[in-house]
Write a protein that binds this ligand. Structure first.
Ligand SMILES: Cc1cc2nc3c(=O)[nH]c(=O)nc-3n(C[C@H](O)[C@H](O)[C@H](O)COP(=O)(O)OP(=O)(O)OC[C@H]3O[C@@H](n4cnc5c(N)ncnc54)[C@H](O)[C@@H]3O)c2cc1C
Length: 627
């Protein structure tokens, strides 16, 4: 077995990919953002504290639907769904009948008209039972047609599509292609105007389209003819609503995965599909921005799914670690297992605070939550995965055994093995962990790029550089010193009681984070983009600080609501913050002293085949031809 190190030639250069992504970014910050301020070294607790409350009217409006949903979910056999790879017809019909396909669609178009948080509560209930049903509902209304239609559709489009969607016409979101994963610049699906100008003619193939095999409607992103802007070609990506029954739309394959066995996911081919001009969403060339903005709130589904999985895991370990006796005592009394359970409870408390806070902020309005939602997605999916891994360990061999096998042996069929398989994709889709780090890092340094970009970035004219220097002197002259000074010690934040020291820590650490981000910019200049490990540590610190602030604010709310639960909440927030502070200290310590450079070097050696000797001693896999 030999390999060669031929480097694949990219279809799109890194510069081009960056340009397309930049063009699709939301450039404006017209509303305040808690996390953006945090990265700039300022703790704006007023943006998240007092912890917002859902309006009693909304709670009352959502309650009958949530009760019906809960009753329906009690009839779902998730192991049977996992086994058969199909969601029973009566469950899908039941969901349609109670309005679960139109939760956020306004009532005037036939939907339930519920808020983002009510929708998230519904998804949490669904996720506590079955991941495939979550995928069906959330691909439809977190990213499928209803969400971009609500945000960007014309009145005529809303009247045309919303009533169908609310009644249960299933929709899907088709962005990914074989050569387009995290980087949409390489998109190959095209749309060109027909000769009479009445239709767009769509050609191409989309990969891994969730709901694609059963969809009635799809949002499809496609490349439309480039435009020349100031003598430069600007690539255009446009979003279309496509009828699945239109001639030329074909599902070519249903994909199968390690988990989510009943996800209706496939490759969809478009051959000369005539899409009416009126089906363009938002406008020509705005498709990528539409996809990114849709995902900004669409991503909030995943954090609550992670909360649901973590709740189930806590329930499982509570039962099992009490019941299972080894070495003379319940395993929960052994320190190694107890450490996992304690951390699990504290992390779940913080994860729920993050997700709920984002939902409440989305509902209340008045804040830009794109960074909060991104951190919620990143933080909760990563923390959720660790909780599931620990649960499997606590369950020992039974964690690795399928629920069916446990049931057949007469044991409680806790489905840890299935939960793990179903959950893993959460770290990949709707923005992989790596892409979320990059997204957050880009937004976090945005202010610095705005002020000093012309100074540090290559290819700028002398005039631009001089203007940048003046701007930098004016801004950093007060900003930088102020990131060193400021009182964040006793008695500040005294209203948080025993949690006050943690809030003070968040404030001090935010200033340190901002200083370090600035130092990293000075030290690496434009090369900072390549030092992803440095950027990722900064982002991780920001994530921990947001989680701590959310946990403290939530604990305070619980205490005011109900003293008994409140005391427990404070204890959990305290433990979470202690553990998070330790993680923050390590991230800061590793920021400047690390093994990033030698590790990168070895990785490149591996990729060049220089360590292929390490792979000796294996039998070649059948059906895989090595280059
Ligand atoms: C079950 C399932 C359901 C899905 N549903 C949908 C759907 O409904 N609609 C849809 O459009 N798509 C869907 N997808 C696609 C999903 O969104 C993509 O898998 C995801 O965007 C990642 O793309 P990729 O798999 O091609 O990975 P790649 O982009 O090829 O990335 C591979 C790895 O490299 C990392 N990476 C990539 N770029 C960078 C970088 N610049 N810096 C550092 N690391 C990087 C990634 O994080 C990842 O770890 C689905 C996928 C699955 C498996």
């Amino acid at each position: 077995m030999t390999t060669t190190a031929a480097e694949p030639r990219p279809k799109v250069s890194a510069d081009e990919a960056r340009e397309v992504a930049e063009a699709a970014r939301e450039q404006e910050w017209s509303q305040p953002s808690f996390v953006r301020e945090l990265f700039l070294g300022s703790l704006r607790m007023d943006l998240i504290h007092p912890y917002p409350e859902q309006s009693p009217e909304e709670v009352a409006r959502a309650q009958p639907f949530l009760a019906k949903l809960e009753a329906l979910l009690r009839t779902v056999d998730a192991d049977a769904i996992d086994r058969s790879g199909e969601i029973p017809r009566e469950i899908v019909d039941g969901l349609k009948a109670i309005g679960a396909f139109g939760i956020k669609i306004p009532t005037e178009y036939g939907g339930l008209g519920l808020s983002q948080l009510s929708y998230m509560k519904a998804i949490q209930l669904v996720s506590s039972v079955d991941g495939s049903v979550t995928a069906l509902l959330s691909a439809h209304q977190s990213i499928g047609v209803p969400q971009p239609l609500k945000l960007f559709g014309t009145e005529e489009q809303k009247r045309r599509f919303f009533p169908r969607l609310a009644k249960g016409a299933v929709s899907a979101f088709a962005l990914t292609e074989p050569n387009v994963g995290s980087d949409p610049a390489a998109m190959e699906t095209t749309a060109v105007l027909s000769e009479d100008g009445q239709h767009w003619i769509l050609n191409g193939e989309k990969l891994w389209c969730t709901n694609g095999t059963i969809a009635d409607l799809l949002v499809v992103m496609a490349r439309t003819p480039s435009k020349m802007v100031r003598g430069k070609e600007k690539k255009q990506i446009t979003a279309f609503i496509v009828e699945a029954t239109a001639p030329g739309v074909e599902v070519t394959h249903r994909c199968h995965f390690m988990g989510l066995k009943a996800i209706y996911n496939g490759t969809v081919r478009f051959t000369n599909v005539a899409v009416p001009r009126d089906n363009v969403l938002w406008g020509e060339g705005k498709g990528l921005k539409l996809a990114l903005v849709t995902l900004n709130t669409g991503r909030l589904t995943l954090p609550v799914s992670a909360v649901a999985a973590a709740k189930r895991c806590l329930q499982i370990v509570r039962h099992w670690a009490n019941e299972r006796v080894q070495w003379g005592k319940p395993i929960g009394k052994h320190d190694a297992i107890a450490q996992k359970i304690g951390a699990m409870a504290a992390n779940l408390f913080a994860m729920e605070a993050i997700a709920e806070l984002c939902g409440l902020m989305a509902e209340r309005g008045g804040a830009d939550i794109r960074l909060e939602a991104a951190i919620a997605k990143l933080y909760n999916s990563e923390a959720g995965w660790r909780i599931i891994d620990d649960t499997l360990q606590v369950r020992g061999g039974r964690g690795y055994e399928t629920a069916d096998s446990l049931r057949a042996r007469g044991e409680t069929p806790w489905p840890v093995e299935r939960i793990m398989r179903d959950f893993r994709i959460n770290l990949i889709f709707e923005g992989s962990s790596e892409i979320m780090h990059l997204f957050i890092a880009r937004e976090a340094v945005d202010k610095h790029l705005e002020v000093a970009g012309a100074v540090v970035m290559p290819g700028k004219a002398v005039g631009e550089r001089l203007a940048g220097l003046v701007r930098s002197a004016l801004f950093y002259g007060w900003w930088y010193p102020s990131r060193w000074i400021g009182w964040s010690w006793w008695p500040k934040y005294g209203a948080f009681g025993p949690l006050a020291p943690h809030v003070r820590f968040v404030e001090r650490a935010a200033r340190r984070l901002a200083r370090n981000a600035f130092h990293a910019m000075l030290r690496f200049g434009p090369r900072l983009e390549q030092r992803q490990s440095v950027l990722f540590r900064l982002v991780d610190v920001g994530g921990e600080l947001f989680a701590m602030a959310a946990a403290c604010s939530r604990a305070r709310r619980e205490l005011l609501r109900e003293p008994e639960t409140g005391r427990h909440a404070v204890a959990l927030a305290d433990l979470f913050c202690r553990q998070a502070r330790a993680r923050v200290r390590v991230k800061f310590a590793n920021l400047w002293r690390n093994e990033d450079v030698p590790t990168y070097r070895v990785a490149q050696e591996v990729l060049r085949g220089e360590h292929v000797w390490l792979e000796r001693g294996m039998v070649d896999l059948r059906g895989i031809t090595l280059r």
